[in-house]
Design a protein around this ligand. Sequence first.
Ligand SMILES: Nc1nc2c(ncn2[C@@H]2O[C@H](COP(=O)(O)OP(=O)(O)OP(=O)(O)O)[C@@H](O)[C@H]2O)c(=O)[nH]1
Ligand SMILES: [Mg+2]
Length: 630
Amino acid sequence: MCLTSTLFRQRALAKPPSSCWRCRRSVFVRASSSTAKGDGREIGRLEASNDSAVADDVYTHRTDDTHESSVSSSTTTTLADLEAARRNRKSEWKRRQGGQSFLDHLIVTVRGGKGGNGCVAFHREKFKPLGPPSGGNGGCGSDVYILPTPALTTLSSVPRRVHGLPGGSGQGTWQHGRNAEPTVIRVPVGTVVKELGYDDPRRAPDEWEAEDEALGEISGEEEKKAAWRERRWVHYPRWQDDNLERDTFKQAERAVWREERERRWMRRQRYLDPLWLDLSTVESEADVSERDVDAPLGLGKKEYLGHLVARGGGGGLGNPNFVSQTSRSPKFATKGQEGERIALSLELKILADIGLVGMPNAGKSTLLRALTGGRAKTEVASYAFTTLNPVLGVIRVADDGTFEGEFRGVNVFEETAIEEERELEKQLAEHVDPSLEPTSSFIPDTSLSDSEVIVNEEEDNKDQQPGFPFDILESFRFTISDNPGLIAGASSNVGLGHSFLRSLERSHALVYVVDLAGDAPWDELRALRDELEAYLPGMSEKARLVIANKADLLVPLYEGDGGDGHEEAVENAKAKLRRLEEFVKAEMVISEGGEAAMDVIPVSAKYGQNLKKVVLAMKGYAEEARRGVL
Ligand SMILES: Nc1nc2c(ncn2[C@@H]2O[C@H](COP(=O)(O)OP(=O)(O)OP(=O)(O)O)[C@@H](O)[C@H]2O)c(=O)[nH]1
Ligand SMILES: [Mg+2]
């Protein structure tokens, strides 16, 4: 049943639309139609059952019945789905704010190249006025491949529409057209490619539906028939009418139709087994296929192009192909075939050893900056949803647990450039002090002079080069991904939704980050666990550790040491931490590791306190994962 009619009956639409918005045909379907016809098998049967209808039926291929069956499985779409889709669009839009070039989900429409046309020509030579037919065949359109490429880290460089190149047309004196070069879509390693299903509303029409659509706009049977022929045949100049009368042409037309029907049927079969590729490793030809032993000697080694996703159309046939006993000089040739059209959904899953999961403002980005000594360029600010897309950081650890961030000696990790820029803009807008310059990303140690601060920043750049002293100490490295904040209700796309969690699916271990200074960190933990479960049942079992951040706020470090209220603050902080630990013991067990409770480590990411413990624990998980224990 047509989706638009369903929506109308649910009163989601005020009046019935004149055409189905998904397949864009003006067929409006009866409410009583059967829902059992929705699969591609049925479509294939209906297509195949048109056996005897040849010349008159060739241009009206898709009947209303097939239209009904093709859209019948959409009936399950409800208003809640539409609302979820709207929220999804909104959260995607939010994630694209601020010129973010990171892209981890994309729908790409792919079209194989069109085949070149065949040629109608006759050989001409001196003293030989009536030469044989000599039109060349058209070349094949380009096939489209998809190739995982290690140099890419985001899908932003992948075009949304990919059209293969057309094949060259055939020419006189038996010159065949050139086959088009293959087209390669390069995607980052870790991309999952899924073909959109037949009933997916985001799917673009395939090559046959596109033709039906174009022909559907033409009124009158004769005109449709003429348009159908126009798309398939090339005639010798001024011989079109004559050709249409001839039996040889009618025979050829029937043969073309039979072959076309077979291709249509095969295309529908493809919907039953949609493409699904997990491109997690870099592949080479050697991994995938054996070399063809029958290939001619001396043939250069073929470059590996990746996985074939859409075939280019075959080239048209030149007029020598239609020579027969009864027709020695056929004056027609076929045009090139359309390439396959498919819609692919690309999802990028970042592979990190550890994934940070926490509410907005819990301090995930500050933690990543502290662990990498500020090398991971993730934004820190005091408002929710500062981080809009996952950011990866590499943690380098020495044997004794010293990590690079600690080694760099930066004291405080605070608000980064964006927060400062906003502050500056605000002040400029209020005309406070136009000469105000943004300060350094870090608040330096008060014992350093201004000139030393600058040196510190220069050294920061130098550290990127080889020869940094930590290179000698480093014995292990692992990756952490900082993620946008997850909030209760994210599963229904509240906030930024939880689409970014797809990156965490492939992380070996997850670590919760909660704000210990908040009112009820245990409630935060519960909500986080529930959201992970709502996203993917069983996903919360990957969580291994709870980091209780912002411990410094409970017991101020630099003020009142031993002063009034300090003892009391310490006692309160201890009591809160104990309560959190009890909650974790009671509710957050690691089932895989034999019902053990998760560790809770209080830290201050901002001031780099107690991070060594965190690093050692994370290192343990990463090592376990590499040994295949996790
Ligand atoms: N006092 C104190 N403040 C912290 C600490 N860690 C983070 N903050 C502050 O908390 C605020 C939020 O920090 P972020 O690192 O941006 O938090 P986030 O979890 O990445 O937030 P989103 O990206 O919005 O999800 C910033 O103002 C930080 O300076 C800490 O250990 N102590
Ligand atoms: Mg953040």
